[in-house]
Design a protein around this ligand. Structure first.
Ligand code: MN
Length: 205
């Protein structure tokens, strides 16, 4: 009996993030977009069923070992599943509203202060052409980095661990913000659950 990947239930109500992110956007984003990544990942893995039971993190870290015939589908849909699963945790209401302790110290050391970090992240999110994600990651040398990726590419594919991610695909904001991506990015910061981000940091550092 094969265990398929499953769409994780959202831990909060669709309208919990209003007015920053509207309920209709959340519903479509989780129930349609994320669900499609999960379904298409499961379909792609029919020809490599051993990957159903391997962690998606490992599969993405070793994306070049995935059979070539399904590699692009796994990259897009496996990345999509993992990125969105992380995003819902980042947005989960509650938790600390600012970084503290070791993570804050590292942000200060790496970026020259929290405000500089936010500015750098915002620039990455704003200038990502087309669809993609902005990230705070721990790279292979355990250094913090900020950058963006295209489409559903995961930092794990470069041996980096994502701590904090922001979806800048139009489907994430278009109903409420239309072409005003910078307004969506600004509205995102007060939502961030830094307790989750700190947990990621202590897991991967
Ligand atoms: Mn999305």
């Amino acid at each position: 009996m094969t265990t398929l990947f499953e769409l994780p239930a959202l831990k909060f109500a669709f309208d919990a993030l209003e007015p920053a992110i509207d309920a209709r956007t959340m519903e479509i984003h989780h129930d349609k977009h994320h669900a499609a990544y999960v379904n298409n990942l499961n379909k792609a893995l029919e020809s490599a069923p051993e990957l159903y039971t391997q962690s998606l993190e490992k599969t993405l870290r070793e994306i070049n070992k995935v059979p070539e015939s399904i590699r692009t589908a796994v990259r897009n849909n496996g990345g999509g599943h993992l990125n969105h699963s992380l995003f819902w945790e980042v947005l989960n209401p509650g938790g600390k509203k600012a970084p503290e302790g070791a993570l804050l110290a590292d942000i200060n050391k790496t970026f020259g202060g929290y405000d500089n970090f936010v500015e750098k992240f915002n620039a990455a999110a704003t200038t990502r052409f087309g669809s993609g994600w902005a990230w705070l990651v721990l790279d292979g040398n355990k250094q913090l980095q900020v950058y963006s990726t295209a489409n559903q590419d995961s930092p794990f594919m470069d041996g980096h661990a994502p701590l904090l991610g922001l979806d800048v695909w139009e489907h994430a904001y278009y109903l409420n913000y239309q072409n005003r991506r910078p307004d969506y990015i600004k509205a995102f910061w007060p939502l961030v659950n830094w307790t989750f981000v700190e947990k990621q940091y202590s897991t991967y550092r």
